[in-house]
Ligand binder design. Structure first.
Ligand code: A2P
Length: 281
């Protein structure tokens, strides 16, 4: 698959093909400085969530980095406690307020409501989606989507007026969720990959280290390029400036088809343990 530096979502909105992850970046200097480093290194796509408790620092960095707001693509996510129509609307206002921004580029439902937790899980998801759809139509969010949704969670949203544009899932060598990726790509939903380095857990993998040596790249760059070649937008997180910069440097080499297949065939490695069918949060 051709590697895109920029993806065009189904509504024409453009999204940079690598995003900067901020999960576990502590609010305050850690998060602020890492975003400034990322923007200096060339990232134009930043991913946060209400859960990460760093929206204030992310928003501050977006406002103070020296770029125009429209040069950046900023994502946040509604947390599980705010599911449903009214709570989602209120959560969105709170997020914009905390971030000090006028709009978001992308707003995602962080996790689906699921049958294990709620009899009316589908209605809850549809209520959340209705709120997001209205905010989208009012121009307060440029694109809307989901995170951690399986096809069965997406199906009813696909029947609504505005279909999801993005689904963000755990994605890294050793955990590819290929059925989810295939469903999304067949239905015009761009897949973003969270923890594209397995939250660090795949970086010591011997096979990936061999691949990295073969291409004269780091294991992280192999993971990120692998995602990009599979049409998945990786969201690497780091608070270390040299890593932040090297994680964006994935456009000057190509993994062969044979090696792509070999990486895809790796046994399960580095899975977070969060299966959207079983979560209890
Ligand atoms: P740090 O933030 O201390 O630099 P993921 O994006 O898959 O969740 O992985 C994030 C983890 O991987 C963080 O612990 C981060 O550490 C580490 N990390 C990010 N980029 C690199 C890299 N290029 N080399 C080694 N470790 C990295």
């Amino acid at each position: 698959m051709e590697v895109k530096k920029i993806y065009t979502l189904r509504n024409g909105v453009e999204m940079p093909g690598v995003g900067f992850g901020t999960w576990k970046a502590k609010d305050g200097e850690d998060a602020f400085n890492s975003i400034i480093s990322a923007i200096e290194a060339g990232y134009r796509h930043i991913d946060t969530a209400t859960l990460y408790k760093n929206e204030a620092s992310v928003g501050k960095a977006v406002r103070e980095c020296g770029l125009k707001r429209e040069e950046l693509f900023v994502t946040s996510k509604v947390w599980n406690k705010a599911r449903g129509y009214e709570k989602t609307k209120a959560a969105f206002e709170k997020t914009l307020n905390i971030m000090g921004l006028d709009y978001l580029d992308l707003y995602l439902i962080h996790w689906p409501a699921i049958p294990l937790q709620f009899e009316d899980w589908n209605d809850i998801n549809l209520g959340t989606w209705k709120a997001m759809t209205e905010l989208y139509k009012e121009g307060r969010i440029r694109a809307i989507g989901t995170a951690n949704f399986y096809p069965k969670h997406l199906e009813s949203l696909m029947e609504t007026e505005v279909q999801p544009m993005v689904n963000q899932i755990e994605y890294h060598p050793g955990y590819l969720q290929q059925e989810v990726v295939d469903y999304c790509q067949a239905n015009g939903i761009v897949v973003q990959g969270w923890s594209p380095l397995g939250n660090g857990a795949v970086l010591g993998n011997e096979f990936l280290a061999e691949m990295a040596a073969k291409y004269d790249k780091s294991v992280a760059q192999i993971c990120l390029r692998f995602a990009a070649q599979n049409g998945v937008v990786p969201l690497p997180k780091s608070v270390t400036p040299s890593r932040i910069a090297s994680n964006l440097d994935i456009y000057n080499f190509e993994i062969s088809d044979e090696d792509m297949k070999a990486i895809a065939a790796m046994p399960e490695t580095g899975f977070s343990g969060w299966n959207p069918n079983e979560i209890d949060f």
